[in-house]
Design a binder for this molecule. Structure first.
Ligand SMILES: Cc1cc2nc3c(=O)[nH]c(=O)nc-3n(C[C@H](O)[C@H](O)[C@H](O)COP(=O)(O)OP(=O)(O)OC[C@H]3O[C@@H](n4cnc5c(N)ncnc54)[C@H](O)[C@@H]3O)c2cc1C
Length: 306
């Protein structure tokens, strides 16, 4: 089923993101995590795509395993960076043969370990072109083809300082065939609400899913800032994290902050919340517990949202 159809049936939706494990042991551990999170009845789960090498193969393997061994709908992230057209064709054909129906189409960033990476060698320069390619290749034999999601950046993407142009580029990406937008993580919901309104003004009417990542440790927060370039860390959050006495206390602060974000998003008609789980189940489960529910289903049909 396409994510856009799942979103219609799950309003609001909850979904979880994982990254491909590096070892066999980590893969088994991740599968145990996924089994625990399955109890929360996510609308779908997604798996990220690395900058190159063997990790890319692991994304494919994990996606196919989730699809085969669980009841979950799996969305594969796919980036166009460091890929030729022939490689992308092979990947897409393999996913279609495995019955994978949904892709999050991304440009990706050049690998950090390659100095002066020349993007001119990539088949596509922007995600918009990958979206058009996915649509075309997956529908050429008839049928609906892939359900396609794209990334959105409530606080702006660092490559485009012109925030008006940025919305034009986002609209082009959606017009090329994307069914929904999943956002970069953010810590201040006002940024998300403003982004949602700006999308509306730009004529972008697909569902927008909010990306939420509970802060876990102080070192994790520093890594997070590096991976989510452009994301703002509000002073209130930094003060709360600064007061925390150890990692366990920081985790509690992060879960509390994420719970408050989710509560407020639910009160403000968010279409979906996507948790960046970091392959762990505890923080996400705790947020659900704090919201007073045992699964995503309990939050659907909430009369206070109408
Ligand atoms: C939800 C989510 C999931 C992610 N998952 C992954 C993942 O699995 N693996 C990974 O490597 N990275 C991932 N990323 C990070 C992402 O790949 C990077 O942020 C990347 O720099 C931008 O990707 P994009 O798909 O938004 O690119 P694009 O939409 O191509 O945009 C990239 C930049 O180019 C600008 N732009 C777009 N079109 C044009 C144009 N026609 N002319 C000029 N400028 C243009 C945009 O405004 C933006 O600044 C994810 C990000 C998000 C928010």
């Amino acid at each position: 089923m396409h994510i856009c159809d799942i979103l219609k049936q799950n309003d609001p939706s909850f979904s979880f993101e994982f990254f491909p494990p590096k070892t066999e042991a980590a893969a088994e551990e991740l599968f145990a995590t996924i089994a625990r999170l399955q109890e929360l009845e996510p609308a779908f789960v997604s798996v990220t795509y690395g900058a190159g090498g063997s990790t890319r193969e692991r994304t494919h393997d994990l996606i196919v395993r989730i699809q085969k061994e669980t009841r979950l709908t799996a969305v594969s992230h796919l980036t166009s960076v460091c890929h030729t057209l022939a490689e992308l064709e092979a990947i897409v054909d393999r996913y279609m043969a495995s019955g994978i129906e949904n892709i999050l189409a991304l440009r990706g960033d050049p690998p950090r370990n390659v100095a002066n990476y020349d993007r001119a060698d990539d088949a596509f320069q922007y995600a918009e072109q990958l979206v058009a390619f996915l649509k075309d290749r997956s529908t050429r034999n008839g049928g609906r083809g892939f359900g396609i999601g794209v990334a959105g950046f409530p606080e702006g993407h660092p490559d485009t300082p012109n925030r008006l142009k940025e919305m034009d580029f986002l609209k082009r990406k959606v017009d090329a065939g994307a069914d929904y937008i999943c956002t970069q993580l953010f810590f201040d919901n006002r940024d998300f609400y403003d982004f949602r309104e700006r999308c509306e003004l730009a004529g972008i009417h697909v569902p927008i899913i909010a990306g939420i990542m509970p802060v876990s440790t102080k070192s994790g927060l520093v890594r997070m800032a590096d991976l989510s370039l452009g994301s703002r860390f509000p002073a209130k959050l930094l003060r709360a994290v600064g007061r925390a006495e150890d990692d366990a206390a920081t985790t509690r602060v992060g879960i509390h902050w994420a719970t408050e974000q989710c509560r407020d998003l639910l009160d403000n008609q968010v279409r979906g919340i996507h948790f960046y789980t970091l392959n762990k189940s505890d923080a996400t489960r705790q947020v659900f517990e704090n919201l007073g529910v045992s699964s995503s289903r309990a939050l659907q049909g909430d009369s206070s949202r109408s």
